[in-house]
Design a protein around this ligand. Sequence first.
Ligand code: F2R
Ligand code: MG
Ligand code: MG
Length: 324
Amino acid sequence: ASDRLRNKFRGCLVGAVLGDCFGANFEDTALRFISLEKVRKFTRERYQKQEVLLYTNDTAMTRSLADSLLSNGGFNGTDMAKRFAEEYFNDQSRFYGGHVPDVFYKLQMSNYTDPEGPANQQFDGSGSYGNGSAMRVTPVALFTHNRSIKEAQTLATKTSRITHTHPDGINGAIMQMLAVRESLMLNADQDLDVFAFLDKMLIYMEDIEHTLPTNITAAMEGMDEVEKNSAFGNGIVAIEAVPAAVMAFLCIARKPNNTFMDVIEYALSLAGDTDTVGSMAGAIAGCFYGYNLLPKGWIEKCEGTTYAFDQADKLFDYVMQHDK
Ligand code: F2R
Ligand code: MG
Ligand code: MG
């Protein structure tokens, strides 16, 4: 059982990197220019011609978040804020969101004394509702695997608030965290009951439902009719990208012969914010299928997969030692 869970932890973090690296190839492309066929030309053939597929901010921030949790044995806002900002200043080429660099500059200038302060000031005080705190939340689901839902939600919220304080941004992070948490408990050898999956998430999201954007709930309820997830968007805002990722996973993984690759290819075919939808779907699917079922050729081509693999082991060991 322990090997099985370790395999899921590895699949989760490595799967997120694969979705990010492959998704980066299509980020911001309009839906009319993408089809499943086009995606597959790249994911099955053309990518092999590339020397390496680079990761973007999604992976950079996920790493920083996990490193901070591991180094501090839990949440330390100052440390996490510092790691996010320093990572950005070390390498600004990873395609960060349009406004989040303002947070990093302000954090640095104030010497990280108020880790949530700059995020609170974003967008005239309403906070960011971009998908940036959902895209990096995966380690929270792993770190809190043996802890209560409440603790997991609280930790997801705290990590979000360093850059994203708008309720939609925070709820997006909670929703993605819950999807990964749920996927950790499933067995890919058994049929995926999508309605049980969604019901569970809705129950856990009950006490925040008053702030849930209606299209998250609508998308979840309308799941069975959804063939193309464009019904609820594919954009840079959390209320579009997170449901798109969850639905991409559910739509594809519910069919028994489908694989991790099928989930990612479908997620990328939705166009828009493909690296982020791909990365979030990759975390959920990687967790579901486990590392051993991820495509080896992809793992070899993508930057950052070894780091993710090692980090998954560190998180697994931490959870086993501290939260048994
Ligand atoms: N940056 C990219 N990709 C390049 C494409 C840029 C894009 N066309 C654009 O519109 O910026 N990808 C990476 O960024 C995303 C995560 O971004 P994050 O961390 O959420 O950043 P930010 O700046 O906080 O929010 C992103 C945009 O969302 C809109 N927005 C957010 N809150 C808003 C509010 N309260 N009012 C109005 N607009 C709000 C703004 O347009 C922000 O620029 C990931 O996709 C990652 O891969
Ligand atoms: Mg990105
Ligand atoms: Mg993106």
